[in-house]
Design a protein around this ligand. Structure first.
Ligand SMILES: Nc1nc2c(ncn2[C@@H]2O[C@H](COP(=O)(O)OP(=O)(O)O)[C@@H](O)[C@H]2O)c(=O)[nH]1
Ligand SMILES: Nc1ncnc2c1ncn2[C@@H]1O[C@H](COP(=O)(O)OP(=O)(O)O)[C@@H](O)[C@H]1O
Length: 215
């Protein structure tokens, strides 16, 4: 849409980089999927990882699954916005077309950890919105990891161990939402997204619109 165009109450705007992070098992994948289903204007930034796929995970939909050597090659070619070590594997955000698509008003959802969040924020403060999801309690976090049934007891122990250090990064986020009731948490995340879209600085169509109102 050209910058000066608008329909009713919709003005042209920059897209935003909407980051959802949480300690493993708190529910960010669940909330991300609900958001992607409910909102046609946001697209998932699909990460590249060296971790093997879990049952049900689809190449190119949930992650791009690559070998260590392939990941090395992508790093050398400077193909990542950011990348980090998590749980013994590497994860990275491919550059792709993100920057040009943002200018055109496309929003992106990032399911990345606190390290990736810091890197993206340093690169692009004006487009980044950082949301951190917390579990209602440590006992419930363990229960969720066990009920997901994708990890061995040993891996669950390691994730629980790591959860405490992940939680310690809570104050590097713009918003913190507790995922007790799933529907309630989802509603709050949507409200954040809606409000951030309306921020004056993002509404590039406002200047011509206001000028026209004043003429
Ligand atoms: N920095 C960074 N972290 C990522 C990326 N993709 C996924 N992660 C994070 O890596 C962690 C492990 O993800 P995953 O193996 O899918 O397990 P999960 O903890 O159940 O979501 C999570 O905290 C993700 O948010 C990425 O591209 N960059
Ligand atoms: N509010 C909630 N109440 C109960 N179970 C939940 C809630 N949110 C997520 N879960 C469940 O907890 C498990 C972990 O959620 P998931 O979205 O995979 O977490 P993450 O991506 O943060 O590791 C899944 O089995 C999911 O269905």
């Amino acid at each position: 849409m050209p910058e000066s165009d608008h329909t009713d109450d919709t003005l042209a705007r920059r897209g935003l980089m909407f980051i959802l992070s949480s300690p493993s098992g708190a529910g960010k994948t669940t909330i991300s999927r609900m958001l992607l289903d409910a909102d046609e204007e946001i697209r998932l930034s699909v990460s590249v990882t060296t971790r093997p796929p879990r049952p049900g995970e689809v190449e190119g939909t949930h992650y791009y699954f690559v070998s260590e050597a392939e990941f090395d090659r992508l790093v050398e070619e400077d193909d990542f916005y950011e990348w980090a070590h998590v749980f013994g594997y590497r994860y990275g955000t491919p550059k792709g077309r993100i920057r040009s698509a943002l200018k055109g008003g496309q929003d992106f959802l990032f399911d990345i950890d606190w390290q990736g969040t810091q890197q993206l924020y340093q690169k692009d403060q004006q487009d980044v919105v950082r949301v951190f999801i917390l579990p209602p309690s440590i006992a419930e976090l363990r229960r969720r990891l066990e009920s997901r049934a994708t990890d061995s007891a040993q891996v669950i122990d390691a994730r629980m161990e790591r959860a405490r250090s992940e939680i310690s990064h809570w104050d590097a986020y713009d918003y913190v939402v507790i995922n007790d009731d799933m529907a309630g948490c989802f509603a709050k995340v949507r409200e954040i997204l809606d409000a951030e879209r309306m921020k004056r600085q993002r509404q590039t169509g406002l200047i011509p619109f206001v000028r026209q109102l004043m003429n």
